[in-house]
Design a protein around this ligand. Sequence first.
Ligand code: TRP
Length: 362
Amino acid sequence: MTTDPTTKRRILTGDTPTGRLHLGHFVGSLENRIRLQDEYDCYFLLANMHAFTTRADKPDEIRQDTIEIVKDWLAAGIDPERATIVLQTEVPAIAELTWFFAMLVPFNRIMRNPTLKTEIESKGLGDTYSFGFPMYAVGQCADILAFRPDLVPVGVDQVAHIEVCREIARRFNQVYCRVDTHADDKDHEKLGGVFPIPEALVGRVGRLVGTDGKEKMSKSLNNAIFLSDTPKQVKKKINAIYPGQSRNPDEPGDPEINPVFDYADIFIKDESFVADLRERYRKGDNLGDGHVKAFVIEAVNELLEPMRERRAAFDKAGGDDVVIDIIRMGTQRANAVAEETLALAKERMGLGFGSRREMLGI
Ligand code: TRP
């Protein structure tokens, strides 16, 4: 490690293990995490408890998805020497803080959360979702605040959750640490609050359209390009995108209704090259849809190639066993921070009766 992590500001973010990560995850949040690994003391959480809120009957799947997500992270460039990978279910402070925080937020405030509402609809949970399902929204605040981070890199769909987290942090500081209700967010810690008021950092692409050209890229909609896809799969998926119109290479087209141009903007690095493609497409200057796709395929494969190499090297080195070691090492590091947070919080709540060690008798 180059700098003492304790002097760096902290980042916490995480993913629910629901399957492999795709390009939407990458541009929505993952690339920010990779970029900020040196500058911040980073904690990346495997939110496996959250996976149980909708799939409690599928423990084997959840275990495998948890391991797969770590592989995706490592392949994408997260470095376990610099960043800390954390397994949620082995951080007891998170579960305890969830209870305390649940008492600082009105039930109806949680149920009004638009992200939860959308999830209930899109996952077809109807009105039979578990009690634990909406509880995860409070749990997420504990995930974050256990690490007292300044920044939470997330996709846009998570911003509503971060807002609840900020409200709970303010409320805790006001109720238990005598921080004035009019205090500025950035002054909370200076004024004695246990928690900073963390900020969401949204990725450069809020919503990446899927290969169906309509919906947001998502595993469950079958319109995703996965970070682990082979060059052939990438080619096949991009070639199958409907360009929004039917035209010949010498006929004028509208790039604005062609989802392939969204991908061109996002994945082709040379902006003037893309501007030129657009112009030629508009004019019908001998530019077929197949050509545009070929450039996009090349750019996406260029992004994914180093990930493929890292994944292969890593599979050779031991695969799942290596992942489990990394999880163990990271979670140990994470518990040091989370236990410190919990002790501080309990102290302020008048619950400082003895240390964890004393109470466990170890
Ligand atoms: N709910 C997030 C998602 O589905 C995952 C998550 C869990 C998370 N805990 C978090 C994200 C804490 C940021 C911070 O993507």
